[in-house]
Design a binder for this molecule. Structure first.
Ligand code: GDP
Ligand code: MG
Length: 176
């Protein structure tokens, strides 16, 4: 039997966006219970891992989450170092979290490497009756900025697995 911790490629994936948009809940949706998770606390950062099989290869996602640092804009260069993929999150029921996306994008592009894949993610899609950001507006912004775009709900799970698969697949494709 092969060791379940063995993998062919490791991808560092980071969650970025305003506080309370749902980053930590997205991370738990991706990893909680169903998969091998190991939470570790470092200085202001938590991460969890999950293995995904693509093309007969075992790809390990090491997903980083800021533990409150986003409130103080204290995300450090170390957070962005060697990132393969970024999940850039806003809350569809909170327009100001969407308005801050260009600022986060600038920070990602200033600190990250050019091979970093970026997925724009509108979370809390279950709050349709409180929607403040239209799907069309976000879609146009994503297209103009070379990002992919998806809406999710970390509450009911809609779109979350698709988002994870997208970020891993597109990071892997860059290696080929
Ligand atoms: P973070 O600060 O970006 O890590 O956000 P959290 O994951 O801590 O979530 C902030 C708040 O939003 C919490 O009260 C969550 O329960 C709630 N939340 C997160 N995702 C969703 C979602 O998809 N739908 C709804 N309705 N609430 C959510
Ligand atoms: Mg959090």
């Amino acid at each position: 039997m092969s060791d379940s911790n063995e993998y062919d490629h490791l991808f560092k994936i980071v969650f970025i966006g305003d506080v309370r948009v749902g980053k930590s809940n997205l991370l738990s949706q991706i990893t909680y219970d169903r998969f091998n998770t190991e939470y570790k606390s470092t200085i202001g950062v938590e991460f969890a891992t999950r293995i995904l099989n693509i093309d007969g290869k075992r790809l390990k996602a090491q997903m980083w989450d800021v533990a409150g640092g986003e409130r103080y804009r204290a995300i450090t260069f170390a957070y962005y170092r060697n990132v393969a993929g970024t999940i850039l999150v806003y809350d569809i029921s909170n327009y100001s979290s969407y308005k801050n996306i260009p600022r986060w994008l600038k920070e990602i592009r200033n600190n990250g490497n050019s091979r970093n894949r970026i997925l724009l993610l509108g979370n809390k899609s279950d709050l349709e009756n409180q929607r403040e950001v239209s799907r069309e507006e976000a879609k146009v912004f994503a297209a103009e900025n070379g990002l992919d775009f998806i809406e999710t709900s970390a509450l009911d799970g809609t779109g979350v697995e698709a988002a994870f698969q997208w970020i891993m697949t597109s990071s892997y494709k860059l290696l080929l």
